[in-house]
Design a protein. Structure first.
Ligand SMILES: Nc1ncnc2c1ncn2[C@@H]1O[C@H](COP(=O)(O)OP(=O)(O)OP(=O)(O)O)[C@@H](O)[C@H]1O
Ligand SMILES: [Mg+2]
Length: 391
């Protein structure tokens, strides 16, 4: 998968910009706060319809603007296509998605067209933090690979929110409507039957790769890293029946808690090193190696599932890595279109097949991108953009 054109309008600190990235490595360098991560975020929007660092679309619209738009034109399996996302936080339909210039009705219509894997210093949270970070890791991966998964997750979440609302109302002194509870629990159970098998398969595949990568990076064969899916349903049980029964049994306790204590929204991936929980036991270096292995595994699984490499976004990770891990990462990115942000271009000296862009911000707060070799400013006026006009 190769992005030929990336376009932003009124996105973060960008006014109007169009880039034609290199099919190999694209280095975005510049001072802190200049707008490097904003470019990666724009690509992330085209892949998942959302930011990787905020859940508030409003935040990404340039201060003073009403609307932001991002778009990519790409080649995928030899076919050219384009994807655009337009954000208008002030309007009722806040997000508009266009695939090949046709307006899509649902967010799920966007999924899978642009696939990306993002590495950032926050990846360490994959090991250090609570289960929600690891669920997001899994959900991001599966949502891009399976529309059925993404849709099931959305419907599960909606039914869960509705069940929780009933519980909260009842806690305030109302009566718990048992038949409504049952209706929402049936939806949750049915969606679990889609979600759980896909999570099982995905964790098993990712774990196999990540465990091997860990060993290769650490160079210590006696250090065994493991990833294991902590599923809410036992292996042998029938999913729908088990989930329904567990939810029903949990009603009283949930009423007291004011929320739902059982389900796929509480699951985790257990990470261990030689059988001991990493979060409490591992050193900083071991945590870094585990997080990097999990991300590299994500890249490898994407490649093998789709037959094509996803777009790789590396946000500020080079300076965080020692030489061994950096070399390992650079080996993995050959043949993958990659966008790397850094403050010092020399961090990427070992990298061939690349193009460098200098990102800077002017006195009015607008970001500009300058292709380093040619020195030409890439920011373009609106009327000269015919390649990827926004709908
Ligand atoms: N909605 C917005 N409107 C205008 N400017 C914004 C908006 N959101 C963020 N910015 C600006 O974008 C800049 C941050 O951009 P970004 O996070 O891409 O920086 P960076 O180059 O990655 O920096 P670092 O090297 O510190 O990671 C800040 O100057 C911030 O003020
Ligand atoms: Mg940044």
């Amino acid at each position: 998968m190769i992005i030929n054109t990336l376009k932003l309008r009124d996105f973060r600190n960008y006014g109007e910009i169009e880039l034609t990235p290199h099919p190999g490595v694209n280095i975005l360098f510049g001072q802190n706060g200049s707008g490097k991560t904003n470019l990666l975020e724009a690509i992330h929007y085209c892949a998942l319809g959302r930011s990787h660092r905020t859940s508030q679309d409003r935040e990404v619209v340039r201060k003073g603007a009403e609307m932001a738009a991002v778009g990519v034109q790409l080649h995928k399996s030899g076919v050219r296509m384009d994807v655009q996302v337009k954000l208008t936080p002030g309007e009722i339909r806040k997000k508009a998605i266009f695939v090949d210039r046709k307006r899509a009705n649902r967010l799920s219509d966007l999924m899978g067209h642009v696939q990306c894997v993002i590495f950032s210093p926050e990846d360490l949270m994959l090991v250090k933090e609570g289960p929600s970070v690891r669920r997001r890791y899994l959900d991001m991966m599966l949502s891009q690979l399976s529309t059925a998964y993404f849709t099931a997750l959305q419907q599960y979440q909606k039914a869960l929110d509705q069940r929780n609302a009933l519980l909260r109302d009842a806690k305030k002194g109302g009566r718990l409507d048992q038949s409504m509870m049952e209706a929402f629990e049936d939806v949750m159970a049915a969606q679990c039957a889609v979600i759980i098998p896909l999570r099982r398969r995905m964790v098993a595949r990712t774990a196999e790769v990540a465990e091997a990568k860990y060993m290769a990076i650490s160079g210590r064969p006696h250090e065994k890293f493991s990833m294991c899916y902590a599923c809410c349903v036992p292996e042998q049980a029938e999913v729908v029946g088990y989930v329904r029964e567990s939810l029903q049994k949990g009603r009283q306790e949930d009423l007291y808690r004011g929320g739902t204590g059982f389900g796929v929204h509480r699951e985790d991936i257990n990470l261990t090193l030689n059988g001991r929980e990493m979060k409490v036991f591992a050193s900083q270096g071991q945590i870094r190696t585990a997080a990097l292995s999990m991300k590299l595994a994500q890249l490898a699984v994407f490649r093998s599932e789709t037959g094509e490499a996803p777009i790789l976004l590396l946000d500020d990770v080079m300076s965080e890595l020692d030489m061994t891990r950096r070399t390992r990462l650079l080996e993995e990115i050959s043949g993958v279109q990659t966008f790397i942000t850094c403050t010092d271009e020399s961090d990427l000296d070992g990298c061939r097949e690349r193009r460098s862009y200098q990102v800077s911000m002017d006195l009015d707060g607008f970001a500009h991108v300058r292709e380093n070799s040619a020195g030409a400013v890439v920011t373009t006026a609106i009327d000269s953009l015919d390649e990827l006009d926004f709908e």
